[in-house]
Design a protein around this ligand. Sequence first.
Ligand code: NAP
Length: 295
Amino acid sequence: MLNTILIDGKVHAAALRRQVADAVSEVKKHHGITPGLAVVLVGEDPASQVYVRSKGKQTVEAGMLSFEHRLPATIAESEVLDLVGDLNDDPAVDGILVQFPVPPQISQHKVINSIDPAKDVDGLHPANAGRLWSGEAALVPCTPYGCIYLLHQELGKLDGAHAVVIGRSNLVGKPLAGLLLQENCTVTIAHSRTRDLAEVARRADILVAAVGRPEMVKGGWIRPGATVIDVGMNRIALPDGKTRLVGDVAFAEAQGIARAITPVPGGVGLMTVASLLRNTLVAGCRRRNLPVPSV
Ligand code: NAP
């Protein structure tokens, strides 16, 4: 039986944040610029408020400027788009992130499309999605970037590995598949219409679950020795009335089968903000035609 390795998101996220902070101080020293991230929060969703606070704090800790814009839940779509337009024009702002979900009167699609692709640190603008798939320099979505970072730390080169990604969202599954292809993996994208999903999953050297269904991936779906990246974040109710966060993979069943696995919580989730900081630094350098630090 294998001794399954736990891929510790806390340790790797701290390492990535440190790399970004070091690169930011180099950019400041040599070019006199301080990258800035603007985060827009519409409404008062408690989870979103926590995320936005944490993003602001970590941006400042990395030595960058943080601009927070809090708008009321009832605001008109046109006012949000106007704010994004102002941030597009603001030279102090290198990255723009609108915290999703937004209230129903605001089109997420229109918001994404209104962001200058050069400042699109969430990597969701169609221009960045297109660049990713055509192999050009793109800003890539933060969670997929975090997954690739973890895989590099764990496996080094990914060349030739068969990666199976379960999930095909624009936020996670599709961009992650594009990144794995760039890493010379053989990539299978599975989704809700995939036949014999367990059998498809069992072919993976690298198995990624980005589905949003608690513990859907069973131990028997994992090929012995595979590396498992669990992106899922599902809050489930317990009999005592409390709740617990679980992933898309039956974590206990994966023990002794997977070579390595990310836990939930404590895995991929922690990489997302660190990747956002990295994207802000990259956007700041690219916009000014400065060399992009290799973080
Ligand atoms: P999403 O937009 O709902 O996409 C889910 C994907 O899973 C879809 O492509 C869907 O297929 C597929 N799917 C659903 N049921 C399935 C089934 N029974 N068998 C196979 N595939 C199935 O979700 P998302 O935004 O990608 O997020 C996925 C999970 O990752 C969620 O738990 C979310 O909370 C988590 N997440 C975590 C982070 C983080 O750690 N920071 C960031 C983002 C998301 P179809 O396309 O066919 O419908």
